[in-house]
Design a protein around this ligand. Structure first.
Ligand SMILES: Nc1nc2c(ncn2[C@@H]2O[C@H](COP(=O)(O)OP(=O)(O)O)[C@@H](O)[C@H]2O)c(=O)[nH]1
Ligand SMILES: [Mg+2]
Length: 194
């Protein structure tokens, strides 16, 4: 995918703020700190379009980006951060569910799982929820540079089993560009015009 332009549109804290669903959308989901924003930047070949953070639990809003005036990338708030107070957690969950359930322009959800830790209970829940609503999902295992080479396949297999996938998940590392193409190859079909 050739990226000609990538621009932040807006941050939404409730559904009425979502931009009009005029372009196909790909959303990035996963627990807090798993590498969602990093993956988006890496796919777009931008260093700092999306803010990344070593402090988990920062992004509480849904962030929309316009790419090439052709499609949207959507950075969803991360879940699973223990220090978040319960009412705030509930509010996030409502926001994410409203988006995932109702967004008519949503074509694919990229669910990012930490390659070291495997799928968490919340990752499994989200996957099941997305399957139930028949939302296509692409699983990406992040931070594989943190694994020994000899361990990568084993960890991918565990994620595959944990989430009940038919195929081995894709892998990503922000330190190497090589794996981006494989991810794009899987996303491109969702962005084609009808
Ligand atoms: N070594 C390594 N660090 C990563 C990778 N992806 C993300 N990180 C780091 O993990 C932290 C959280 O990343 P971020 O993209 O902000 O996670 P998000 O909360 O899911 O959006 C940051 O410190 C990133 O630099 C990766 O592939 N390799
Ligand atoms: Mg983020």
């Amino acid at each position: 995918m050739k990226i000609r332009s990538a621009e932040f549109i807006l941050s939404a804290s409730s559904p009425w703020q979502f931009p009009p669903p005029t372009l196909p959308e790909i959303a990035f989901a996963g627990r807090s700190n798993v590498g969602k924003s990093t993956l988006i930047n890496s796919l777009l070949n931008r260093k700092k379009l999306v803010k990344t953070s070593s402090t988990p639990g920062k992004t509480q809003l849904i962030n929309f980006f316009n790419i090439n005036d052709k499609f949207h990338f959507v950075d969803l708030p991360g879940y699973g951060f223990a220090k978040v107070p319960e009412p705030v957690r509930k509010q996030w969950q409502r926001l994410i569910e409203a988006y995932l359930q109702e967004r008519e322009s949503l074509r694919n959800v990229v669910l990012i799982v930490d390659s070291r830790h495997g799928a968490t209970a919340q990752d499994r829940q989200l996957k099941e929820w997305l399957d139930y609503y028949e939302r296509p999902v692409l699983i990406v295992a992040s931070k594989i540079d943190k694994l020994k080479r000899s361990q990568i396949q084993k960890h991918l297999k565990i994620i595959r089993q944990d989430l009940g996938l038919d195929t081995t998940p894709l892998a990503h590392s922000s330190l190497e560009n090589g794996r981006r193409d494989e991810i794009w190859k899987n996303l491109n079909p969702w962005l084609e015009e009808d």
